[in-house]
Design a protein around this ligand. Structure first.
Ligand code: NAD
Ligand code: MG
Length: 388
């Protein structure tokens, strides 16, 4: 049976992994919409290959290039943020949400309001707007399938179990490429060093988040919303091999873990085929070859980001949205060579301290307003060099 698919963020790392799986089973899928921010030529090529009905660039300035690249194909071309949300509301069997950053929030919300089934990779949407998104999921009867590897692992471990029996959920963290670096070395880390992840191949932003451990901080908040067991039952352990993708311990002290290759096609396949299973082209897990699985507590002296995330979700209100927005600004500044690696967490902490403690945003627009004002605050910090 053919199912229809929309892929938000088709030109990214998760987008490529998703399309690789679709390409291997072309008859199983009919592609409705593919989106990208500005890579019009790449998007047009994918839209042609997969016979998409519509291709959307969220950066409207790139629409003429997209139109030109799709000329004669019969594929509709659209541009701008409104067009992106409209594409997300088209009825499909499966939406894969793979835009990076809070930029993905409005289209994810559009897909939720349609009551669709959404494979959610875009963790920043859930961090910024956790309550608003989860309420909308319940109200519109949408299905959220966690695609982030840790949350997908937890989702699989929880299958057939009751949330009330959970004693603890443990997110595993690789620790990133700079895990063993001293504080002095970290201060001098370059973007090239920070994005060189030992286990996973990912987009630049999440790679930096992985190096700062903010990725695990964002995932901690993501887990809080997806699996409401309470913050006291959420834990983080560093596991450099990235073989165990997360674990759930139950009150009888039985722990279930999900293991697999560190390749996002595994959790993506789990979502695409849910509640069944599908083939992936990956080699079987060879534990004897891996040899050793090791575990360490997070070091929040050298990597303060998980502490900042825990504090933000405990504080509640607008703090998680501020944390996320400041991090997006700081990571972009680091990648552009404007600030040092250890300044990323400092910018986030300072933005949180300077932002007014406003109440929890109750609507999408309120979340986006908090996001915008936190971005301005973080940019002001960068421009005035307040942290140097
Ligand atoms: P990426 O940078 O490789 O791709 C991002 C995609 O989003 C691209 O298609 C890009 O065109 C689009 N995009 C970027 N800015 C946009 C904007 N302002 N508006 C609309 N679209 C925009 O990122 P990625 O690594 O594929 O990550 C995507 C999401 O999945 C992130 O939220 C990330 O945290 C999450 N995630 C990624 C991985 C991974 O292995 N890459 C693993 C787990 C979770
Ligand atoms: Mg993850």
């Amino acid at each position: 049976m053919t199912r229809s698919l929309t892929l938000l963020g088709a030109t990214g790392s998760i987008g490529a992994s998703t399309l690789d799986l679709v390409r291997r089973d072309r008859d199983a899928w009919r592609v409705e919409a593919l989106t990208a921010h500005s890579s019009a030529a790449e998007l047009a090529a994918l839209a042609r290959e997969f016979g998409a009905k519509i291709a959307v660039v969220s950066n409207e300035a790139c629409l003429p290039a997209l139109r030109a690249a799709l000329a004669g194909s019969g594929i509709e071309a659209a541009g701008g943020r409104q067009a992106l949300c409209e594409a997300a509301t088209r009825p499909v069997d499966m939406t894969v949400a793979a835009i990076v950053g809070c930029a993905g929030l409005a289209p994810v919300m559009a897909a939720i309001e349609r009551g669709g089934t959404i494979a959610l990779a875009n963790k920043e949407a859930l961090v910024s707007a956790g309550e608003v998104l989860m309420q909308a999921v319940a109200k519109h009867g949408a299905t959220l399938l966690p695609t982030d590897s840790e949350h997908n692992a937890i989702f699989q471990c929880l299958s057939g179990n009751r949330l009330s029996d959970v004693a603890r959920i443990t997110l595993t963290a690789s620790g990133g490429p700079l895990r063993t670096w001293s504080a002095e070395q970290l201060a001098a880390a370059t973007p090239a060093q920070a994005v060189a992840h030992p286990n996973w191949s990912m987009g630049a932003k999440i790679s930096v988040d992985s190096a700062t451990m903010m990725n695990k901080g964002l995932e901690y908040i993501e887990a809080f919303h997806l699996f409401p067991v309470g913050l006291d039952r959420l834990d983080i352990v560093v596991h450099p091999q990235s073989v165990i993708h997360s674990m759930v311990e139950f009150r009888d002290r039985s722990t279930l873990a999900q293991l697999g290759p560190s390749d996002m096609r595994v959790p993506i396949a789990s979502c695409l085929a849910w509640p069944r299973r599908m083939e992936t082209p990956l080699a079987p897990l060879d534990l004897a070859a891996i040899g050793e699985l090791t575990f360490f507590p997070p070091d929040e002296e050298r990597f303060p980001a998980t502490r900042l995330a825990r504090e933000a979700i405990r504080a509640g209100g607008s703090a998680p949205a501020i944390l996320n927005a400041a991090n997006e600004v700081a990571v972009a500044a680091f990648l552009a060579g404007q600030i040092g690696f250890t300044r990323i967490a400092a910018v986030v902490e300072e933005t949180l301290q300077r932002s007014n403690d406003s109440p929890r945003p109750a609507t999408l627009d309120e979340v986006l307003a908090v996001d915008q004002s936190a971005r301005r605050q973080a940019l002001t910090l960068l421009e005035t060099n307040a942290l140097v």
